[in-house]
Design a protein around this ligand. Structure first.
Ligand SMILES: CC(C)(COP(=O)(O)OP(=O)(O)OC[C@H]1O[C@@H](n2cnc3c(N)ncnc32)[C@H](O)[C@@H]1OP(=O)(O)O)[C@@H](O)C(=O)NCCC(=O)NCCS
Length: 172
């Protein structure tokens, strides 16, 4: 450690999302998006056999989540967010590694997602994981109206991501 910088370590785990996580998940969702998913939409996702939902946990507290649909060889990342105080510490990366692993286990060959044109932080996360821009959807979002970039990841070609660095994460 240099310059007397304080670094705490914390243990991050990723688990299946359950009903018990929804109060924290919906709080993070409302804080993260102008048009948040409602609790009933998350509940529906939990019941849908095509959906796999993850929570990132630190000391059993939800610090992030991701919702994935897999239909045949096609997968879509429907939602991903990290609680504001925990951003920039590798948790989004770790969730994405687990999402991509799940896609492979479930037999998907490609993974797609949409992201706001202005959301350059999320775009960086996806590009780093190997996603490529495929197309744009005009005025896909509202509040504010904005285009979406559609990103795709070819799961057969993409190399495996190393999520090991973020399994135990340094907090500055
Ligand atoms: C997008 C989001 C999930 C990223 O989660 P995170 O835990 O903060 O991301 P990580 O710390 O794992 O960072 C992973 C990569 O994302 C990018 N990134 C993260 N924070 C960034 C920032 N402030 N500026 C630029 N790039 C950034 C970097 O490429 C980073 O890799 P690096 O640290 O090796 O440079 C989080 O910012 C978030 O919840 N945003 C609000 C919700 C949202 O926009 N969801 C996506 C909708 S499409």
């Amino acid at each position: 450690m240099e310059g007397g910088e304080m670094i705490d370590r914390f243990d991050l785990s990723v688990a299946s999302m359950g009903e018990e996580h929804l109060p924290e998940v919906t709080r993070i969702e409302s804080d993260s998006f102008a048009n948040p998913w409602s609790p009933s939409l998350f509940r529906q996702a939990l019941k849908d056999g095509r959906t796999t939902s993850f929570v990132a946990l630190i000391d059993r507290k939800v610090v992030g989540y991701a919702v994935l649909w897999v239909v045949g060889d096609f997968a879509e990342l429907g939602d991903i967010a990290v609680d504001r105080p925990w951003r920039g510490k590798g948790i989004g990366d770790r969730l994405l590694v687990d999402v991509i692993d799940a896609c492979r286990v479930l037999g998907a060959r490609s993974l797609f997602l949409e992201v706001r044109v202005s959301n350059t932080v999320a775009q960086q996360l996806y590009r780093k994981a190997g996603f490529k821009e495929i197309s744009r959807r005009g005025r896909y979002y509202s509040d504010p109206a904005e285009d979406a970039i559609v990103f795709g990841l070819d799961l057969e070609r993409a190399g495996r991501l190393d999520g090991s660095a973020s399994r135990t994460v340094d907090r500055e």
